[in-house]
Design a protein around this ligand. Structure first.
Ligand SMILES: [Zn+2]
Length: 215
């Protein structure tokens, strides 16, 4: 425990995947009182995790334009939290934002898309989502989409199609982090377009310890 406390004090703690926005949108839950103070308190050091990645998750049964609309509804829901609690939480779109917001003792909220079908196979939609403050995207969720294979579906695209590689390139170019949670092994082990910026696995297990797919 002492070692855990020491490590915790030396590194930046980030809760890298939070699904709570579903409750804000669908149940109209006021997470300000319930969660902002409690949910992100670290059990090891009892400090608040001041950087949090909120997922704008759209189930894969939302297709095409409906998936885009659903994402916009979630973006609006998280905006309602920002607007209601400006002294507690703020949107972070750059590393400098994170440092500034944390120095002000607020939660720096980073927004991510889950999953790639939300862009409706359109790089223009991806770019506009970036303009709405989204800074990462898991390429898939439980099902394959039209350009990437999921870890919980049958292989269909040999990992990533040519358009899928275009998506990765565009994310690299505009400044969105590629999240490989939920994708098949092939999707992230094939030859990627270069140069490729670092990727993250925001909510995946270490297979040697726990061989479970992301949820
Ligand atoms: Zn997930």
């Amino acid at each position: 425990m002492a070692r855990a406390r020491r490590i915790q004090s030396e590194v930046i703690g980030v809760d890298s995947h939070i699904d709570t926005l579903q409750r804000v949108l669908m149940e109209k839950v006021d997470i300000g009182n319930v969660c902002l103070m409690a949910r992100w308190t670290c059990r090891v050091c009892a400090r608040r995790h001041a950087r949090a990645v909120f997922a704008l998750w759209v189930p894969t049964f939302y297709k095409g334009a409906e998936a885009i609309r659903r994402m916009l509804d979630l973006r609006d829901a998280v905006q309602s939290v920002f607007d209601r609690y400006p002294g507690e939480i703020e949107l972070a779109t750059t590393a400098a934002d994170v440092e500034r917001i944390v120095r002000a003792h607020k939660i720096a909220a980073i927004l991510t898309l889950e999953s790639g079908h939300e862009i409706d196979d359109d790089l223009a939609v991806l770019r506009m989502f970036h303009r709405l403050g989204i800074r990462s995207m898991t390429l898939t969720h439980f099902r394959n989409n039209n350009w990437a294979d999921s870890s919980t579906d049958k292989p269909q695209h040999n990992g990533l199609t040519e358009f899928g590689k275009d998506v990765v390139r565009e994310m690299n170019r505009i400044g969105m982090i590629v999240d490989i949670s939920h994708v098949s092994d092939k999707t992230f082990t094939i030859r990627w377009p270069s140069p490729t910026k670092p990727v993250i696995a925001s909510h995946s297990s270490c297979r040697a310890l726990s061989s479970l797919p992301a949820i």
